[in-house]
Design a protein around this ligand. Sequence first.
Ligand SMILES: [Zn+2]
Length: 431
Amino acid sequence: MTNLRWTACWLLWGVVALGQNAPSVIVIRAGTLIDGKSDKPRSNQIIVIRGNRIESVSAEANAKTPAGAAVIDLSGKTVLPGLIDSHTHIFLQGEDPAKGGYDANILSQGLALRALRAGVAARRALEQGFTTLRDVETEGAGYGDVGVKQAINLGYIPGPRLFISTRAISTTAGYMLEGYAPELEMPKGAQIVDGPVEARKAAREQLDHGADWIKVYMTHRSWVGKNGELASQPTLTVEELRAIVDETHGWGKKVACHAYSGIGLHRALDGGCDSIEHGLDLDDAAISQMLKQGTWYVPTLNVYYTDWAPADTPDGQRDRLRASAHEVSFKKARKAGVKIVYGTDMGGIPWTEPVAQDFPRMVEFGMQPMNAIQSATSRAAVMLDMEGKIGVIAPGAFADVIAVNGDPLLDIKLLENVDFVMKDGQVFHSK
Ligand SMILES: [Zn+2]
């Protein structure tokens, strides 16, 4: 996006956010409507929006346009609900290893700089049509996501609806920064706990300070195992995880577990995780346990195709195995009927890249385009306990509406070029 366009978007946002000349009723003419829930699109629909909510959706032939309504003509476009990415890190920027990578982000960037960059990441998500993010931890920036969410909700900066998880939880030897002299006390990208008492206390602190979800790392390092399998180092014990899950469920909230494979993945399921993040190597037992427990699966396919080490090195072999195992797991989980929700790990990927980049992978790996869209709309909304409120264009939902040119069911890549974005009844940008 050019500076000029950014300025135009910002002005538009400012005017609407302040309520000047903002009509209380907006009518959208949708040429084609993919409502986020129905199996089939509908053509020539009229969406009536009053304030920040959708009031009605009806066929143009039967629709009555309320008097005085502002009309937005998207009759040449495909209209969809605002998209949801359920695995992002606005406090990461795809750190370049040549510039110090992950460690430099923590060691040499102050919290104000990190928060401002997180604000830019949030805006980039919104301008690409992602009106909701579940952001799964700040990577050493403490409770910075609480502040960014407040800034968005108070109208200071444009950004998606944020579901935040603050600091995340892992164990000793279970998170970066690492590899420094043992006598140095290094800062960590997650809150470190050992034992169920510390684990429960960390969950309490994070929930107290505004976590909407608790994020737990159930595996850390990974390598190619003795039998050629993707091996990963387990972190929390089942006892430690149960303390976190028990506490979090008591608050009516959920636990997202980063888990690659093996022992850590099985502990995540035995301990009652609500969502498995990445899930690179799901064996059959894990898949049947996920079905039985209703566990959500948030694969992050595309990120594992970036930054491979050379093929003849152990890390390079590990990197390739992560991608190939993930493909197999995704296909098995989809066939078995596991509830799959869209996630990218943006932040691990620079925010200059498209947030919609996982859709083509999902379709390449056999998911129907409509199913892939629902993984980022109505299905994600159910996981976030927002069913009927987001991820759908239907009466009563928040007016989060986007549009693209052409038919994303024929070419899913079109979702990378969203040219109309409305969040909460306010037009953010329109080409
Ligand atoms: Zn992540």
